[in-house]
Design a protein around this ligand. Structure first.
Ligand code: GTP
Ligand code: SPV
Ligand code: MN
Length: 600
């Protein structure tokens, strides 16, 4: 049995135990240095786990294909294993820790025979910051190691920080045979442990991301009095030079990465607006001694959606992925560069699709449906530091102060472009009652509307009713809590076209949000909350008619009453432990709606 010697006895014992179970041939500690990284890449090229891309066109870039049955997070196979079922609530899958360890151990048993087990010490947040959390991931996948090197702070520095008895989250990952019937993504919040087996896809296996930084961290955050959220963080530099920071919770594939890297429209850029990207997926927030809410991004990389990313929609992302990037599940071109749908330029005449089959434009399946070159949830892994808009505050252990919180979702009809909550409690209600259409980031029926409170439905590591309660209590800790807004960039007209141009133009709405937060502009009161007046939005350089605007803000009494019915079913699931404040807000909204007269 291979052995390594570490100063940290608990870590050492745990590794011994896991080695005993998985039986790897060799153990390698990931140091974080360039030389080791190069060797790992070389090894992965030789086995075909990775393909080296065209180094003159894409320096430092590599390509990876996952198994065809392993292209997105598998929420149905994701479990929170707390001792008591009621502690995980009605929205999480539950299994008891004891029986689950046993069940998973059978799959892990001997699964690393003939393989190397890599030990990845990592820190979510700057190493040594009191707001950071340390994890150690054991994995038999080089792809995981290389991704973690981009996504987190990895290596000897973290081990040194852990010392002899530092706290860490135990993260075990094994590819096993990638059989979907033997795939489990398990969280043991009471043991501060994660076990993931049978998958090789991003969110299932980069255990620092959703598993630690959201599911385990949300559990710790509740205990310790802070917030671990599925949110982007961005800074808006105003023409007067001040930078105001916002966070935004949108469900998976609903625009966090795009908004976090927004490029101001020409006319606003000329006025002096600028965007600073702090994070695109996860925010850890706490109330500081000044009574304000401060946020850090625990990650150092982006794991972003490629289809739809192009120089028009997201020029900053395009710039960030030119070098040192891992491309997963896109189309491979004959010259060893890559392509994806709605990317940069027309499709190549031929290539190899994400499943490894020859591809050309116009190829269709048996049913005559077009076959995509890139998987709809194909992704890039790239260092934040390579993004032209990367914030200079990323390494600051204190993070950034938050002026406003945005919630959002994909609603083809129903929700207006933007509305502001009346107060913190109403804002939490808007969060608790969020819903969005399902995207390619999850398995399941695409387009179906599902409830996704604060974009945390798949990521909250405990009972969501208590999560709402935690949010309510956080508001009381702040001197002046940030205002909470809801946005919907995705409303469509009767021809099925997006009404709002979105992307860069969203800055016009962010600007209104910030003006509202500082009490510099008025608004119209509706049953939903406050909405902007057309004339209060800076439309310089954009041709957007008042008629289209009114379409964006149309509030259908009937549709909202139906929404309330659907919502009631969801809220009832929580039973008696649902905070009374949420019910209060529900009733108040129902009442406002009854009185509302549509002016159409
Ligand atoms: P995860 O990484 O899964 O958490 O996703 P995300 O929330 O970061 O989503 P992302 O920014 O990658 O956007 C997903 C999809 O939404 C892409 O296809 C974008 O083109 C599209 N999108 C983003 N912003 C807008 C917008 O303002 N308007 C419209 N119409 N589409 C948008
Ligand atoms: C998401 O699905 O919200 C993602 C991608 O950000 S993954 O890391 O796979 O969860
Ligand atoms: Mn995400």
């Amino acid at each position: 049995m291979p052995k390594i010697k570490l100063k940290h006895k608990k870590l050492q014992n745990w590794i011994n135990e896991m080695t005993e179970m998985c039986r790897p041939e060799k153990i390698v500690v990931v140091s974080g240095d360039q030389q080791q990284k190069k060797e790992l890449e070389k090894e992965a090229f030789s086995t075909g786990e990775l393909i080296k891309l065209n180094q003159s066109k894409l320096p430092g870039c590599v390509y990876h294909r996952t198994a065809v049955n392993d292209v997105a997070r598998t929420e149905g196979l994701t479990f929170i294993c707390a001792r008591k079922k009621k502690d995980v609530g009605p929205t999480n899958n539950w299994m008891s820790p004891k029986s689950t360890y046993k069940k998973a151990a059978k799959i892990f048993k001997n699964s690393m025979k003939g393989r190397i087990m890599y030990i990845i010490p990592f820190s979510m947040g700057p190493v040594g910051s009191p707001f950071s959390k340390v994890g150690v991931e054991l994995t038999d996948s080089i792809y995981v190691v290389l991704n973690m090197l981009i996504m987190t702070r990895v290596g000897s520095e973290v081990l040194a920080y852990l010392g002899r008895d530092g706290k860490f989250t135990k993260c075990l990952h094994g590819k096993a045979d990638r059989d979907i019937n033997r795939r489990l993504i398990l969280h043991f919040p009471e043991d501060n442990a994660i076990w993931s087996v049978g998958s090789g896809y991003g969110g299932n296996v980069l255990l620092g991301k959703k598993c630690l930084s959201l599911r385990i961290a949300s559990f710790l955050a509740k205990k310790e009095g802070w917030l671990a959220e599925h949110m982007l963080i961005l800074g808006v530099e105003l023409p007067d030079g001040r930078i105001k920071y916002l966070t935004g919770a949108f469900p998976s594939a609903c625009g966090k990465t795009n908004l976090a890297m927004l490029v101001p429209p020409k006319a606003l850029k000329k006025k002096g607006y600028k965007i600073w990207t702090v994070g695109d997926d996860i925010a850890w927030m706490r109330v500081d001694s000044d009574g304000a809410l401060w946020a850090i991004n625990p990650e150092t990389g982006f794991f972003g959606v490629l289809p739809g990313t192009n120089p028009h929609t997201n020029p900053n992302a395009m710039e960030a992925i030119k070098k040192n990037t891992i491309y997963t599940n896109v189309l491979l071109k004959p010259d060893l560069t890559v392509w994806w749908e709605d990317g940069d330029g027309p499709p190549p005449a031929r290539g190899t699709d994400w499943t490894g089959k020859p591809w050309q434009p116009g190829r269709v399946d048996e049913e005559g449906k077009p076959i995509k070159g890139a998987q709809p949830n194909s992704r890039f892994t790239a260092p934040i530091a390579q993004c032209p808009s990367a914030s200079f505050r990323s390494e600051h252990h204190h993070g950034v102060p938050i002026s406003a919180i945005i919630l959002g979702g994909r609603r083809a009809s129903l929700a207006p472009l933007v509305y502001e909550s009346f107060n913190w409690q109403h804002g939490v209600y808007l969060g608790a009652t969020m819903a969005s259409e399902r995207t390619a980031a999850q398995y399941g029926k695409q387009g179906e509307v599902r409830r996704d409170p604060i974009a945390m439905l798949p990521f909250c590591g405990y009972n969501m009713a208590n999560y709402f309660r935690h949010w309510l209590s956080m508001g009381k800790k702040m001197v002046k809590p940030p205002r909470i807004f809801f946005v919907n960039w995705f409303r469509k007209d009767k021809h099925g076209k997006f009404i709002w141009p979105g992307f860069s133009e969203n800055l016009r709405i962010l600007n209104w949000i910030l003006e509202r937060s500082e009490g510099r502009v008025g608004a119209i009161k509706t049953p939903l909350g406050y909405i902007p007046r057309y004339e209060d939005i800076d439309m310089t350089g954009l041709n957007f008619s008042r008629k289209r605007w009114d379409e964006l803000f149309y509030i259908s009494k009937k549709a909202w009453q139906n929404e309330l019915k659907d919502l009631k079913k969801f809220l009832n699931k929580f039973g008696k432990i649902l905070p009374k404040e949420v019910i209060e807000e529900y009733k108040a909204f129902d009442k406002r709606l009854k009185k509302y007269r549509e002016n159409r």
